[in-house]
Design a protein around this ligand. Structure first.
Ligand code: ZN
Length: 280
């Protein structure tokens, strides 16, 4: 904090810009500080401060973690290639699905933390939104027709909600391959690993983030190579306390996995800006 004050006082920086509301800086620093992004570095955060063409060059400053407040913290879960993972999200928090290398179809599920029979349901979204392709601003509803997440950021703009999660029979019946890794097993493994008892419930219908399906005018379904690039992300805001789960889809036998099967990340924060700017 002393270093921040020193920089501002000594360099005579005078920035006429708002302080982002997500950062608890007002009590300790001038309101005119603007932070385009912050990155965790050791005990603190490295931020880039700019005056946007006014009287000084952009400055790099350090902020102690203690002045960041809770809002900018990130809970980050790495989902390894062809595996699954889960993360808890409180109502109002943001959940980000981050494609690390690009081109990775990610089966995503969300359900009520207090009631595992209450799940995100893409088919109910279809008739709720009268579309089969979700967009920023859409609320995805549950099997009880109440919003569970709202899409607030989308770098790709094209996903899939039609195709069920792959299971062992998908590989066996359609490709003649037995024992292939699959998203349904990944879901169960991830739930077990995090101590959650899914019981005998079926795996919910997924939101296939970064999957590039297309429906022709005659109804034919076409699987296309995903277009997401490294660092692309889709961010949702939770409308209730949820558990989110994701699988790095192991499908390597068609266009869906044509760019290789790679890691993804699940990130949760109170701050949308933090998730929008977090680096791979
Ligand atoms: Zn899959």
């Amino acid at each position: 904090m002393a270093r921040l004050a020193y920089l501002i006082e000594d360099r005579g920086i005078n920035l006429d810009l708002p302080t982002p509301k997500d950062f608890s800086l007002k009590a300790q620093s001038p309101d005119y500080l603007y932070m385009p992004f912050l990155e965790k570095q050791g005990k603190g955060y490295q931020g880039y401060m700019t005056n946007f063409g006014k009287t000084c060059e952009p400055q790099i400053i350090w902020l102690e973690e203690s002045i960041m407040g809770k809002s900018a913290k990130i809970n980050r879960v790495r989902v390894p290639a062809a595996r699954g993972g889960t993360i808890d999200v409180k109502k109002g928090q943001y959940i980000c699905v981050l494609d690390i290398e690009g081109g990775q179809c990610t089966d995503f599920w969300a359900f009520d933390r207090k009631d595992f029979d209450h799940v995100m349901s893409p088919v109910h979204f279809f008739i709720d939104a009268m579309r089969i392709q979700p967009k920023v601003g859409d609320k995805i509803v549950t099997n009880r027709r109440v919003p569970i997440v709202t899409i607030v950021h989308d770098d790709v703009g094209w996903h899939d909600m039609l195709v069920p999660s792959c299971d062992n029979l998908r590989y066996e019946y359609h490709y003649g391959v037995k024992g292939h890794r699959n998203c349904c097993d990944n879901f169960h493994e991830a739930m077990s690993a995090s101590g959650k008892d899914w019981g005998s419930r079926p795996v919910p219908h997924p939101f296939n983030i970064f999957m590039n399906t297309f429906v022709k005018g005659d109804g034919t379904l076409v699987l296309r190579v995903p277009t997401s690039m490294a660092g692309d992300r889709l961010i949702m805001q939770a409308e209730m306390d949820i558990i989110a789960a994701a699988s790095s889809c192991p499908m390597d036998l068609n266009e869906t996995g044509a760019r290789g099967i790679t890691d993804v990340e699940l990130l949760v924060s109170d701050s949308l800006e933090t998730l929008q700017n977090v680096k791979i």
